[in-house]
Design a protein around this ligand. Structure first.
Ligand SMILES: Cc1cc2nc3c(=O)[nH]c(=O)nc-3n(C[C@H](O)[C@H](O)[C@H](O)COP(=O)(O)OP(=O)(O)OC[C@H]3O[C@@H](n4cnc5c(N)ncnc54)[C@H](O)[C@@H]3O)c2cc1C
Length: 459
């Protein structure tokens, strides 16, 4: 039995080599704070395996000694799930970044869990393919982390979330056993579907080491439009009409007024259209042939509720419009440490929610500011709350917002997961029977409770 951290570090060095076991505080500190700065933990050891075999040996060693671990990919998660909050060993998977040849016949690719989304996108783009999930953290987030959180992003309305892209996985189970099912057969009803279970498991059941992903055709013809509205009601109504009428619809994002004001100031621009608007839709259509006319026709059929539209067809102007959506997270981060509440609301209740939620937040913490934006095509609103002076808002805000979401029949986590931040609220969406079965699954796959034991499920 291993009795001390130095002894454990020595054993880990035998597996991954001297340079890939970090124990000095100044080297481990960067792995122990999350992207928002809200979750700060600590770890005695960061271990960085380079392949599946090393990962399996590390996990086997930790399991044999009942030592808990936290898996980490790009550390862009927004619910504290990638951070060792109870001095667990930090297992960094970024070196598992192999990119296997694109399978042009099957329209699939196998990649290592540590490959970033941007690396994977670049790898398949040469073959005229795209990955079905895209998000603003693409340069840092890893395929393994995206599967573990079942990441969503901007194209869910067309291709689904990460679970829908996943056709097979290789994973290290809690005892160090490697399970591999990467043949990529589209029809394969041979028992339980492990990839579905691991998608969204947030590192609590197994370590994903490789993934077989479906590829989507690269649609080079794109048109992007920013559309301003006087009311949330009008924006929601138009979003529904666009979803009905536009087969080439690729992204349908929403920005509400305080977020639009903040992001415009952050990127040093004026609000581009509808300066007094209440809501803006950022809409992108993509196709193999020019979708402009189809888009124009659909907008003309939306009635007279549109205040103003800015349309961009070339890459430069399209990315200028996207800045108003993709820079919001950064704009908020520079104002202070946000509490990020990522929720789904049924579209019939969205207008009420957008009107009410700043009041709900103010009642809980009068010294806070609320910024609202999100993936409207999926009813997904990001509620970001910061203290007026940049400090963290009161934790009461969290329970007030999530309680309100649950009262409207919404989900307390649309795409970021539960992590550390939301585990005490999981009961708002899941019955005690469901939670009992969740714990049974966890116990069956991880009897020693070493796989990220402080994440997602409360005791
Ligand atoms: C600017 C910005 C924009 C974002 N936009 C979106 C968005 O649009 N949609 C969205 O869904 N998310 C978004 N996110 C959140 C984040 O990028 C995603 O959750 C992403 O999937 C996390 O990937 P990661 O590699 O950084 O994982 P990490 O943050 O390192 O880890 C996330 C979770 O997965 C576990 N994990 C990581 N790797 C593995 C593995 N190989 N095996 C098992 N478990 C593992 C960790 O333990 C943790 O619980 C955004 C974040 C930022 C900073």
């Amino acid at each position: 039995m291993i009795a001390s951290s130095p002894e454990l570090a020595n054993e880990l060095r035998k597996i991954v080599g001297h340079d890939h076991v970090l124990t000095e505080n100044d080297l481990t500190a960067g792995y122990s704070v999350d992207w928002t700065g809200r979750f700060v933990g600590s770890t005695p050891i960061v271990v960085r395996p380079s392949n599946t075999e090393e990962t399996a040996s590390v996990v086997e060693l930790l399991n044999r000694n009942s030592i808990p671990l936290v898996p980490q990919g790009g550390n862009t998660g927004l619910v504290g799930g990638s951070i060792p909050m109870s001095r667990e060993v930090l297992l960094s998977l970024k070196r598992l970044n192999t990119l296997e040849p694109v399978d042009d016949l099957a329209l699939q690719v196998t990649v290592g869990a540590g490959a970033t989304l941007a690396q994977t996108q670049a790898h398949v783009r040469d073959h005229n393919f795209e990955i079905g999930v895209d998000l603003a953290a693409r340069d840092s987030c890893t395929i393994g982390g995206m599967i573990a959180t079942n990441a969503g992003g901007i194209n869910v309305l067309r291709y689904g979330a990460m679970r829908e892209q996943l056709i097979g996985v290789e994973a290290v189970m809690s005892d160090g056993t490697v399970i591999k099912h990467l043949e990529g057969l589209e029809k394969d009803n041979t028992g339980y579907h492990l990839p579905s279970l691991l998608a969204g498991s947030e590192g609590t059941l197994a370590i994903i080491t490789k993934a077989r992903l479906r590829l989507r055709p690269r649609l080079t013809e794109k048109v992007t439009a920013l559309i301003a509205f006087e009311s949330v009601h009008d924006a929601v109504a138009v979003s529904t009409r666009l979803r009905q009428k536009l087969p080439s619809l690729h992204a349908l994002e929403a920005i509400f007024s305080s977020a639009m004001t903040l992001v415009s100031a952050h990127i040093g621009a004026q609000i581009p259209i509808g300066p007094n608007g209440k809501a803006w839709l950022l809409v992108e259509v993509a196709s193999g042939t020019d979708p402009f006319e189809e888009f124009q026709q659909a907008l003309q059929n939306c009635g007279d509720t549109i205040l103003d539209v800015a349309v961009a067809t070339d890459d430069r102007s399209r990315s200028k419009l996207w800045q108003f959506r993709e820079q919001i997270t950064e704009a908020i981060a520079v104002t202070g440490t946000p509490h990020k509440l990522d929720v789904t609301i049924g579209l019939s209740r969205l207008e009420k929610f957008i009107d009410e939620i700043p009041k709900v937040v103010k009642r809980a913490d009068p010294n806070s500011l609320t910024y609202l934006f999100g993936h409207l095509g999926d009813g997904n609103v990001h509620v970001n709350v910061v203290g007026i002076d940049g400090s963290e808002p009161s934790n009461v805000v969290e329970s007030a917002v999530l309680g309100y979401v649950a009262s409207l029949g919404g989900s307390i986590s649309a795409e970021h997961g539960i992590g550390i931040a939301k585990k005490s609220y999981l009961h708002l969406n899941r019955t005690s029977d469901e939670l009992r079965f969740f714990r049974n699954i966890k116990k069956a796959l991880d009897p020693n409770n070493i796989m990220h034991p402080n994440c997602m499920l409360s005791d």
